[in-house]
Design a protein around this ligand. Structure first.
Ligand SMILES: C[S@@+](CC[C@H](N)C(=O)[O-])C[C@H]1O[C@@H](n2cnc3c(N)ncnc32)[C@H](O)[C@@H]1O
Length: 246
């Protein structure tokens, strides 16, 4: 099988993965990311996990066709449960819900050095959970793929920042004040991304327009009776807050 180029979404995620001995790609599906981690030298060993047999089999055959079966271990099962303590430095989860990712991190078997997470929803809850668990969100990105917008972030275990993972080498601004430190739990920045709001990368305004559009669609779908509900007011409030972040 020929090398398959990764989609723009995974290519952007790949860029924020730290170099490490051993990394898991959980929910690997096609296995493209797992292969690139080895081919481009991000990891020496990869565990590619998936809970469904079909996707894992397709990952397996792609990995075999690239001659990487000895360094990429394909494992069938739920989240990080397919791994043992001491096997991994970090894990990547892409293209799944944020609540599922939170469960995968929680269920362990151990708090890893880092996680690279690209959730499709539940961003606020996932960020709050990671910060509460002792991680610092040190890099956040926005990417566009096939007309859709996504975000991803790298969370490093606090005790390892500078001790093991050098922020300058990772081209991160770890020495700056952490925008999540003391951020009120009700702030919309948990959902939008406080680092993104601070750094305003190239796609920032387009991303904010996309978040406003999502909320406007929800408002447009509500009937007149629902226009007096708390949910309606909340959505209107969020649109105003988002507009002020441009
Ligand atoms: C939408 S695909 C994303 C694939 C790839 N990570 C990407 O971003 O392109 C989600 C994959 O996660 C797998 N998955 C869902 N829940 C899982 C879990 N609890 N543990 C491991 N894999 C899971 C699914 O079987 C599927 O292959």
């Amino acid at each position: 099988m020929k090398a398959r180029p990764m989609m723009d979404r995974l290519e952007a995620v790949f860029d924020i993965v730290p170099h490490a001995e051993s990394i898991a790609d959980i929910g690997t599906d096609h296995g493209y990311l797992a292969v690139e981690l080895i081919v481009r030298g991000k990891a020496k060993r990869v565990i590619a996990g998936d809970v469904h047999k079909g996707p894992l089999e397709s990952a397996k055959s792609y990995i075999k066709s690239r001659g990487l079966s000895d360094v990429i271990d394909c494992r069938l099962g739920d989240g990080l449960q397919v791994t043992k303590k001491g096997e991994l430095n970090g894990a990547i989860c892409c293209g799944m819900g944020g609540f599922l990712m939170r469960d995968i991190v929680e269920e362990g078997p151990e708090p890893l050095e880092f996680y690279v997470l690209q959730p499709q929803n539940g961003q606020a809850e996932l960020r709050q959970y990671m910060v509460k668990k002792g991680y610092r969100i040190v890099n956040e990105i926005i990417m566009k793929d096939m007309g859709k917008m996504y975000t991803a972030f790298l969370a490093l275990r606090r005790d390892l920042i500078d001790a093991k993972y050098n922020c300058a080498a990772l081209q991160m601004t770890c020495s700056d004040v952490d925008p999540y430190h003391k951020l009120p739990m009700t702030s919309i920045l948990w959902s939008v991304g406080a680092l993104l709001a601070k750094e305003k990368p190239a796609l920032w305004n387009e991303y904010i327009d996309f978040l406003i559009y999502q909320r406007q669609c929800a408002l447009d779908g509500m009937t007149v009776e629902l226009s007096h509900t708390e949910k309606y007011k909340q959505l209107q409030h969020e649109i105003d807050e988002l507009a002020s972040l441009r």
